[in-house]
Design a protein around this ligand. Structure first.
Ligand SMILES: Cc1cc2nc3c(=O)[nH]c(=O)nc-3n(C[C@H](O)[C@H](O)[C@H](O)COP(=O)(O)O)c2cc1C
Length: 186
C-alpha cells in the first residue's frame, strides 16, 4: 500500500517536540512519501498538479499535524481548498480519490478530559474532526479512525516535561505505524 504523508507543521525541525518524533519514526520504519507543506509552500502557492499527481499514486493519505485552533494548520486548509477540485475530487469526472483512505494523525495541546461537553474545550475531538470526515466521504474516501494524542504541550513548571512529550509522541508513532500496517492486510 503506497502511503503519502501530508505534513503540516510550521517548523518541524526547530520548534516541534511531538510531530518531529512521530515523523522520524514513520520515516525510519515505513516506506512512505512525505510532503512537508510549510517547507514546500512557505508562500502558500500550492503546486496543484504536483499534489494531485502525488495523490493519484498513493492508496493511503495521512494528514500529520499539530491541532491549531481546533482545526488543521492553515497551510493544510489551503492545500485542501486548492487540490481537492471539482473534476478531480468530486463532481463530474471527479472520482480520482474514490476508494483511497484518509487517516488523520494529530497532536493536541489540551488534556483529553478537557475535550468533552462541559469541559474546558466543550466538545469531543470527534466533533472537531467532522469537517475532515465529511470531506473524505464527499470524495469517496474511507475515513480511518483517527490517531490522536492529548497533552502534547510542554509545561516545564507543571507536570509535563519535554521527555514526557517525546514518550507520548513515541506511543503515538507506534499506534500510527500499527494502524498503517493493519490497513495493508485489508
Ligand atoms: C497556533 C496554535 C494553535 C493551537 N491551538 C490549539 C488548540 O486549539 N487546541 C489544543 O489543544 N492545542 C492547541 N495548540 C497546541 C498544539 O496543538 C501543540 O503545541 C502541538 O500539538 C505540539 O506539537 P509539536 O511539538 O510537534 O509542535 C496550538 C498551538 C499553536 C501554535
Amino acid at each position: 500500500m503506497k502511503t503519502l504523508i501530508i505534513l503540516a507543521h510550521p517548523d518541524i525541525n526547530n520548534s516541534s517536540n511531538a510531530n518531529k518524533v512521530i515523523l522520524d519514526a514513520l520515516m525510519q520504519k515505513l516506506d512512505i512519501k512525505v510532503k512537508d507543506l510549510y517547507a514546500l509552500y512557505p508562500d502558500y502557492k500550492i503546486d496543484v498538479l504536483a499534489e494531485q499527481s502525488a495523490l493519484l499514486e498513493c492508496d493511503l493519505i495521512v494528514f500529520q499535524y499539530p491541532l491549531h485552533w481546533y482545526s488543521v494548520p492553515s497551510v493544510l486548509k489551503a492545500w485542501v481548498d486548492s487540490v481537492l477540485l471539482y473534476g478531480f475530487a468530486y463532481g463530474e469526472g471527479g472520482n480520482k480519490l474514490s476508494g483511497k483512505k484518509l487517516l488523520v494523525s494529530t497532536t493536541i495541546g489540551g488534556p483529553e478530559e478537557s475535550y468533552r461537553p462541559g469541559g474546558h474545550n466543550s466538545f469531543a475531538m470527534s466533533d472537531f474532526l467532522k469537517p475532515l470526515q465529511q470531506t473524505a466521504h464527499f470524495c469517496g474516501m474511507d475515513f480511518i479512525n483517527p490517531i490522536l494524542s492529548y497533552g502534547m504541550v510542554c509545561i516545564p513548571q507543571g507536570n509535563t516535561s519535554k521527555n514526557d512529550i517525546q514518550r507520548r509522541a513515541e506511543c503515538h508513532a507506534n499506534r500510527l505505524i500499527d494502524t498503517i500496517d493493519g490497513l495493508k492486510c485489508l
